[in-house]
Design a protein around this ligand. Structure first.
Ligand SMILES: C[S@@+](CC[C@H](N)C(=O)[O-])C[C@H]1O[C@@H](n2cnc3c(N)ncnc32)[C@H](O)[C@@H]1O
Length: 247
């Protein structure tokens, strides 16, 4: 099966650089873990150095953009990973779950191979208004159903700690909400190709034309200039961490 990121991931490492604030939050959760499996590892964002790290990634395009490190890369999907039970201290999956064809199976695999902890970076939906929805309302119905709820994850993984991940105004990891204070970015095709939502959402050209018009006329600033008072905002991104070790 062709991995979707073989097509949309061509310029991932240019537009999706790990953000230092988000990295700090992830690394705090990783603590001293000596062995880590990174499910849906992409180009290696947020992987800590100096640990035994195995990256699991189905897309050749993404694997080809990984910097040369001493980590081992396995071309595979989270739903079936070729490791023995309890092979790692920690399993992590960062902004990857919503691409899995069977999330439950993938999470059970994470539980099986992680001795201590599972760390997920995921999204619980638009908990604060995101102005881009005023231009592209179709994003809501396309994206929200792809992500599991906290309750669904807890049913599979057991008790969870949920940590809000505020998005800084200059976020360097260009996912959907990263440019909340930089509206012109959404007009850039390169930015959009690094955001999987734009590969799924139909007919976004009209909405982007309206955005461009409002930016040129000053209407966007009139409506949303209050955003410039904030340094970071909560758009529903969450670190979800298991609180009990695996079986
Ligand atoms: C948005 S990228 C995130 C990559 C990386 N974790 C990061 O934070 O930059 C999603 C990744 O999940 C991968 N992916 C898609 N389906 C997958 C699956 N079934 N199992 C594991 N990874 C998958 C994609 O190929 C892609 O590299």
């Amino acid at each position: 099966m062709q991995a979707i990121y073989d097509t949309i991931g061509k310029r991932y490492s240019t537009y999706r650089r790990p953000d230092p604030h988000i990295a700090r939050a992830i690394h705090a959760e990783l603590g001293e873990a000596a062995s880590i499996v990174n499910l849906g590892a992409g180009v290696g964002s947020y992987e800590p150095e100096g640990r035994r790290l195995v990256a699991v990634e189905p897309s050749r395009m993404m694997i080809s953009q990984r910097p040369r490190t001493d980590s081992l890369v396995v071309q595979a999907r989270a739903e079936s990973v070729p490791f023995r039970d309890g092979a790692f201290d920690v399993a992590m999956a960062l902004l990857s779950l919503h691409h899995w064809s069977d999330i439950e199976k993938g999470l059970r695999e994470a539980r099986r191979v992680a001795r201590q902890k599972i760390i997920l970076l995921t999204w619980i939906g638009f908990c604060e208004d995101f102005w881009l929805l005023d231009y592209l309302p179709q994003i809501r119905t396309i994206d929200e159903p792809l992500f599991p709820s906290i309750e669904e994850m807890a049913e599979i993984l057991g008790p969870l700690r949920v940590i809000p991940v505020p998005i800084p105004h200059d976020c360097t990891d260009g996912f959907l909400c990263a440019y909340w204070r930089r509206p012109r970015a959404y007009l850039d095709e390169g930015v959009r190709t690094a955001i999987s939502t734009f590969a799924r959402v139909p007919d976004y050209e009209d909405g982007l034309r309206s955005l461009k018009k409002d930016l040129e006329s000053g209407e966007w600033e009139r409506c949303y200039s209050h955003l410039f008072d904030s340094e970071s905002m909560d758009f529903g991104y969450r670190l979800v961490v298991t609180t009990e070790p695996g079986p």
